[in-house]
Design a protein around this ligand. Structure first.
Ligand code: GLY
Length: 309
């Protein structure tokens, strides 16, 4: 069976002038993951390699360029999961880790726990040789400006309703969303998923979204496939979105239609929007969104790389 990989650069609202940069970032990420798979590497390795490329790219809301919380800090979430044995590693609200997905993977490899949160995760990072960074260096001009403009708006009008945080922006040139993720099936039939995010701009300190929560933002099981969700985290959490979606895809012929249905069901129940990518056990990949944009790219062994926005 050929390997397959798909990545997303986040459901949300990215202005047209940034389309090329977002597509190119996703294409670079797929190429990094595909190189691992082509060399005989496993799905987990490929998913992490792809997500690390996106974390390093300031266009995306993850790692360098992650959205800032209420205090103006890039407190980041990430997760990885391997489908062959349900191994899971995740970090929540970590400040000062260069690649949160790298730390999530170290937690998975350690195997004792699934999720470490907050400052204590840094102790684990130090012990396991995962690079730390001055969080100031992860803040970009863009994330600083977006935070300042949200603070000013909240001071003027009070906080918006929770799901309105996710509505399209009307200010030209700004973007919203951009969590990143990968779903992979390797040549041996093992699947893996990885997701990394800065979460919602201006979120309460300590807020954790769907991305690091098994079954909500990230899930992988060899007989179901791998999924990485993106969008309004509270919606994905309350609908256990990634797991439920993979379950409902079992035996389905047209995955895109079902993914759209799952997104509109989540919106009807909770109110938020988003997107999802999946790598299925039979080697197919699929993606869907009910937000204005979601950059993604994919490759199946033996075929050319594709991308969408
Ligand atoms: N989906 C990313 C978040 O809400 O944190």
């Amino acid at each position: 069976m050929p390997w397959s990989i798909i990545v997303h650069g986040g459901a949300g609202h990215v202005p047209k002038n940034l389309e090329l940069a977002h597509r190119a970032g996703c294409e670079r990420a797929v190429a990094a993951g595909a190189a691992v798979l082509a060399a005989g590497g496993v799905a987990l390795e490929a998913a992490c390699a792809a997500v690390q490329v996106l974390e390093a790219d300031p266009h995306f809301n993850a790692g360098h360029g992650g959205a800032l919380d209420e205090d103006g800090l890039p407190a980041l979430d990430a997760a990885v999961m391997r489908g062959s044995d349900l191994a899971y590693g995740a970090v929540a609200a970590v400040v000062g880790v260069s690649s949160p997905v790298r730390l999530a993977r170290a937690i998975l490899e350690d195997g004792r726990h699934c999720l470490l949160a907050g400052p204590s995760a840094l102790r684990f990072a130090r012990r396991h040789g995962v690079a730390l960074i001055d969080p100031e260096r992860q803040i970009t001009e863009k994330t600083k400006m977006e935070w300042e403009s949200r603070q000013a708006e909240v001071a003027r009008r009070g906080p918006p309703p929770a799901t309105a945080e996710w509505a399209p922006l009307d200010r030209e040139g700004e973007s919203r969303g951009n969590t990143v993720g990968a779903a992979v099936r390797d040549g041996q039939g093992t699947v893996a998923a990885a997701t990394s995010t800065g979460g919602l701009l201006g979120r309460y300190v300590g807020r954790v979204g769907d991305s690091p929560i098994a079954g909500a933002g990230t899930y992988a099981r060899d007989d179901l496939g791998a999924a990485s969700a993106t969008g309004h985290g509270e919606t994905m959490l309350r609908t256990v979105f990634a797991y439920q979606t993979l379950l409902s895809l079992k035996g389905v012929g047209a995955p895109e239609a079902l993914l759209l249905e799952a997104l509109s069901d989540a919106k009807a129940r909770v109110g938020g929007t988003g997107g999802v990518i999946v790598a299925l056990p039979d080697g197919r990949i699929a993606h869907a969104r009910n937000t204005p944009t979601m950059a993604c790219a994919w490759q199946i062994e033996g075929s050319a790389l594709g991308s969408a926005f």
